[in-house]
Design a protein around this ligand. Structure first.
Ligand code: SME
Length: 156
């Protein structure tokens, strides 16, 4: 692909890889990744990382409006589903998905990408967009590669 969207995601991944490699600890690595993702793609309206704590997901670094969902039980939400199913979930229309836990009334679509260490879920990257069906395979590829880099940082 040669469209501008791909280039932007490619550049973002290069920047995220360097930032995570240079980060002094996992907290800094997560914060940098969130910032670089938010800056790279204008329609990434809310970008955050959740980490597993027992049977809950706990909100770590994020950019966007404060979320009421700072702790999400694994059985709830699109976030809980992605962690339980250990797979990326893309929702084109959050209002048509019964699992959806609302964060902002403006949100139209969402992607949640688990951060895996082998078979174990460490957390996830969660991104909301005010645009319907904002996330495609290029986003999935960027975010799954970012999740792999964060997994290394979290496992160090
Ligand atoms: N929408 C998520 C909850 C987290 S907020 O989007 C930040 C969900 O349904 O799990």
């Amino acid at each position: 692909m040669t469209d501008a969207g791909f280039d932007r995601r490619d550049q973002a991944l290069v920047a995220i890889r360097s930032a995570i490699a240079a980060a002094p600890n996992a907290a800094a690595a997560m914060k940098q990744a969130v910032q670089l993702l938010k800056d790279a793609i204008p329609h990434y309206t809310w970008v955050g990382v959740y980490l597993i704590d027992g049977d809950e997901l706990v909100l770590g670094p994020f950019l966007g409006k404060p979320s009421p969902h700072t702790r999400i039980p694994l059985g709830r939400g699109i976030c809980g589903a992605a962690a339980t199913e250990k797979t990326t979930i893309i929702v084109d229309d959050v209002n048509a998905d019964a699992r959806y836990l609302a964060c902002s009334l403006d949100t139209k679509s969402e992607i949640v990408v688990p951060i895996m260490n082998g078979p174990e879920v460490l957390g996830e990257i969660d991104i909301d967009s005010d645009r319907p069906a904002a996330f495609g395979q290029a986003d999935r590829a960027l975010l799954e590669q970012t999740a792999a880099l964060l997994s290394e940082a979290l496992s160090d």
